[in-house]
Every structure is written in C-alpha cells, then in structure tokens.
Write a protein that binds this ligand. Structure first.
Ligand code: FAD
Length: 523
C-alpha cells in the first residue's frame, strides 16, 4: 500500500465512484472497510494523515462505557459491549482484555459499584471479557500496589478492552485497500460539486504534497470528518445549522512506576462528575480524561493548563506517588464530535450515540459515536447511503471480517506484537540489515525496521506520521520522540528518496509540533 499506487488507482478509475468518503479517522475508514468489502467502489480522502484527528487521541479503551450505564443509556452500552467482543475477535493482535479496579474509600462504594459492574458484565452476554468481583483491601493492594492507602476499604474489579487506536486505524486502512478501496492521505476536500438537479455529485480536493487539484464524482458523498463535519456541511449549504458541540479531552502520560502491574484504575466520580482512568499502556501510565466545551476544533489541539492541573490533582487523590508536571512525559488532547441537543453547555451529558444526517443537497454526514462502535456505525451508514444512491443492496460482511494483521498469538512477536501477521516481515528487514534492529531511543522499544516498514507499506509520509501514529513515541514520551526525529528522518529519506532540504524541514516541523506535547512547569 503506497501513496503513488493509490494516486494511480484514483487517476485510472473510470466513471463515478459509488461512495466518496471525506475523512480518514475511525468513522471514515470504518465506512471504507464496510463499503469496499460489500463490493462497492470507494474513494476516501483525508486532508492530513490517517488518524491525525481524534482517532489517535482516545483513552485507548474498547469499552461499553460504565458511565453511560449510570446515565441509563443501556442500548449504547449493549451495542458497545457487543462491538468490543467483535473487535477482539477481528483484531486480536491489537485488542486485549484489561482488569480495572474501582477503589473504594467509603463503606457503601464497593457494594454500590459492585452491583453496577455485575450488570455491566451481564449486558455483555456471550461477548463478556471476564467476571467482576469485590476485592478486600489486601487484594486491592495486590492489584494496585501504588494506590493511595489512606482510608482505603477495598475495591471492585471488572474487565474491559484496551487497544492501540492509531495502529488499528492503519490496519483498517490496509484492510479497506485490500478490499479494493482507494484511500489517499494528504488530500484535502475544498469544495463539493452538484449535478443539474442541485444534488451533490462529487468533490474537489487538493493534493497537499504537490498542490494539484483532484476532482472525483460519486453517487453519494459521505462526510465523516468528525469535529470538522459542520465546515464540510457548509460547503454544501453555507447556512447549515451546526450539529456538533465540540468537547476537548486531555490525557497525561507518566512512566510505569506510577501504576506498576497490569491493572487499571477507574475513578467513577471525579469532582466534576466524570470518570477518570489510569491505565497501563505500552509500558507507561496513561491518565485521563477531561470534558471541556470548546468553540472551534483544531486539528492539533493542546491541553489547557486547567485540564493538566485537574488531571494531576485527581490522580494525586488515588496514586501513592503524587505525579507532578515534571513527571509528565507527554500531554495530548482530542476533540469529541458530540452531537448537539438543545442549548445545554455541559458536554459531559451529551449522548455518545452516533447520528446520520442527510442534508437537502444529498450530502450524508455520519458523526458522534465512539471508536469502539465504529463497525456498527459503518454498517448503518453504508445501508443508508446505498438506499440514498439507489445502489443494489449488498449484505454487510464486517462482523466476521479479520482486520489486516489479525494474529491469534501475536504476543510471541514481543516488541513487534502490534504488527500481528506483519511482524515476520519486519523481522526479515532486521535479518537483512541488523542495524535496523537497534533501538531508536533507549527509553522506548522502537527500532529502525519499523520506520522502513511504515514508509514502505503504510503510507507514512512525514516524521510525524511515523513518530505519532505508526509508532506511538510522541504520545508516550515527547522529549524522546524529539530526540528520535533526526534518525527517523534519515531512514525515511533513504526509503522515500528525499533530499537534504526535506530532511531539515521534517526535523524542524516535528520539533515544533512535539513541543506542544511537552508539559512545561507552570509559570
Ligand atoms: C479525549 C477522548 C477520549 C476518547 N476515548 C475513547 C475511548 O477510550 N474509546 C472509545 O471507544 N472512544 C473514545 N473516544 C471517541 C473516539 O475517539 C471518537 O469517537 C472517534 O475517534 C471519532 O472518529 P472520527 O473519524 O469521527 O473523527 P476523527 O478521527 O477526528 O477523523 C476526522 C478526520 O476528518 C479529516 N478531515 C476534516 N476535514 C477534512 C477535509 N476537508 N478533507 C479531508 N479530510 C478532512 C480530519 O483531518 C480527521 O482526520 C474518545 C474521544 C476523545 C476526544
């Protein structure tokens, strides 16, 4: 899968596509996988890199959402729990079970949360991940040796799923391509075109690598641009009323010593009435998140000072070792594309259900939902889009469609386990050139072969594509990622045949971007 090949596929395509999808996040790529695997002709255009938006910035949970249970949204929880099970079945190399403990500091908490979590387990039916159970104080400490002990009474343990969001997304891009879809990154849609009846029948886009204009026609155009979907709707109808209430969520990453072991902490009620997680992730500790209403979504959102302070102070209540700003290895934020309801300003209470909206011009927008439910969202979207376009009905096949990289025993590949069935090919690169097996940084497990692999097979075009989304260096340790940039750029330049000016720019651009992930001491 290379970008030049994809450009060629797009240029040689005759006639109209069945679907053009705008947006290369979980929603858009999910729709591409679904539509292509049914046999429809699909073009997907992403303005930046695949996963550059919210889909690389999640809490990395494949979950039903304990919080939605509390809100009484049983149907969303059941749908998500089922999708959680299907995702583990279809991408076992990237989705795994994780034990969570809700620590209790008041006598009533363990029985109260215990009942709720039994219901959560029951709702998952045959897609269950493990039994929930009440823990004594001693058992809680065995699971969470670094939990705050003062006032600790015990806890409740339950199971949910965890994944690597942008790696799954890249594997979904490959899956869609293998099913016949054409997917282009760095192709920004700038306008929509109409037929004589005024119906949207295509897009105009700019190839951001060479500035050329791309034009393509389709029976239906699908807007899957997440928090940006209103601006694309306004290409069709400048007066369209916004449907998104964007909300930012921040995360902080610390080293493993803050949460040793393999168990996550779930705090069901923070002082702002949300849940917060501390999760072991790729040998680090990930803590989040927040829910801050914002006005204008940015492609590169930055955590607010108040979000950083809130996460640090909440984590300090539960972790024995108090985390400080100096301990933060990476700070990142993402934007939730929440669908508006009324004029309420509390985005935490807005529904996480997905919405499909068809404008009068025929533009179909799909937004909201969760990473976990992307497959079900895609099935719903393709069903409706096919009806809208009068296409032949074709059944959805994604329930049992393995995602590229599917491997039941990927743990055997150790540091390369996230690549699943691709891991042996990466090992071969190292066999041919032992230097490619060396670590790119002493604090992170990544090696040069992964850079070559991503540039050669996964459409990585920039240092950021590699360091942020093909490997997760930027999200785990921003300073280490900055140190790695020159070596990564050197390897990319060798693979993609780039010159010295390109190399210098790549390092400069990456350093500027990564500085937004470094948490500076408060002024
Ligand atoms: C803080 C936070 C934590 C979360 N945690 C979880 C979790 O643990 N589990 C879970 O299931 N869900 C979670 N979610 C929800 C989940 O991440 C989102 O629902 C999902 O990623 C949204 O995907 P998307 O494709 O709709 O949007 P995005 O990933 O934002 O993709 C939209 C894409 O459209 C592109 N685009 C925009 N305009 C154009 C244009 N003109 N031309 C071409 N492309 C364009 C953008 O560049 C972007 O890549 C979380 C969300 C947030 C914010």
């Amino acid at each position: 899968m290379t970008r030049p090949d994809m450009l060629k596929r797009a240029a040689t395509h005759r006639g109209s596509w069945d679907f053009i999808i705008i947006g290369g996040g979980a929603t858009g790529v999910g729709v591409a996988v679904d539509a292509a695997s049914r046999g429809y002709r699909v073009l997907l255009l992403e303005q930046s890199d695949f996963g550059k938006g919210t889909s690389s910035r999640s809490t990395k949970l494949v979950h039903g959402g304990v919080r939605y249970l509390e809100q009484g949204n049983i149907s969303l929880v059941m749908e998500a729990l089922k999708e959680r099970g299907l995702l583990r079945q279809n991408a076992p190399h990237l989705v795994s079970d994780l034990a969570f403990v809700v620590p209790s500091y008041a006598w009533w908490e363990a029985p109260f949360y215990g009942i709720g979590l039994k219901l959560y387990q029951a709702l998952s039916g045959k897609y269950g991940f493990g039994k929930s159970e009440l823990l004594s104080k001693k058992q809680t400490l065995q699971r969470l040796p670094n939990i705050q002990t003062e006032g600790l009474k015990g806890g409740v343990m339950y199971y949910d799923g965890q994944f690597d969001d942008s790696r799954l997304l890249i594997n979904m891009v490959t899956t869609a391509a293998e099913q016949g879809a054409t997917l282009l990154n760095y192709a920004k849609v700038t306008a929509l075109t109409r037929n004589k009846e005024g119906w949207i029948d295509g897009v105009t886009a700019t190839d951001l690598e060479n500035g050329k204009t791309l034009r393509a026609r389709a029976k239906v155009v699908i807007n899957a641009t997440g928090a940006f979907c209103d601006s694309v709707r306004q290409f069709a109808e400048p007066q369209a009323r916004p449907m998104i209430a964007p909300s930012q969520g921040a995360h902080l990453v610390f080293d493993r010593s803050f949460l040793p072991g393999d168990t996550a902490i779930m705090v069901p009620h923070t002082s702002d009435g949300r849940v917060m997680f501390a999760i072991p992730w790729h040998g680090h500790t990930l803590v989040g998140t927040t829910d801050t209403p914002i006005n204008n979504p940015a492609l590169e959102p930055v955590p607010l000072e108040k979000e950083i302070d809130f996460i640090l102070s909440t984590a300090a209540l539960y972790l024995h070792k108090t985390p400080t700003r100096a301990d933060v290895l990476s700070a990142f934020a993402g934007i939730r594309p929440l669908v508006k309801s009324g004029d309420g300003s509390n985005t935490a209470t807005l529904s996480r259900d997905h919405t499909i909206h068809i404008d009068q011009s025929g533009l179909l927008t799909i937004t909201g939902g969760k990473w976990t439910t992307y497959r079900n969202m895609a099935e719903d979207c393709v069903n409706q889009a096919a009806t809208l376009a009068h296409l032949d009905e074709k059944p959805c096949v994604t329930r049992n469609l393995p995602i590229h990289g599917h491997h039941a025993k990927a743990q055997q590949f150790r540091a390369l386990s996230v690549y699943g069935s691709d891991a042996p090919a990466i090992q071969n690169l190292i066999r041919d050139d032992a230097g490619l097996g060396e670590r790119l940084h002493p604090d992170l497990p990544y090696c040069g072969a992964e850079v070559i692999w991503a540039a050669r097979n996964e459409m990585a075009r920039t240092a950021e594509d590699i360091l942020a989304r093909r490997i997760r260096a930027l999200f785990l340790n921003a300073k280490a990622a900055i140190d790695m940039a020159p070596g990564v750029v050197e390897l990319m330049a060798r693979e993609l045949k780039r010159d010295a000016i390109w190399k210098r720019k790549q390092v400069e651009n990456f350093k500027a971007l990564a500085s937004g992930y470094v948490c500076n001491p408060a002024s």
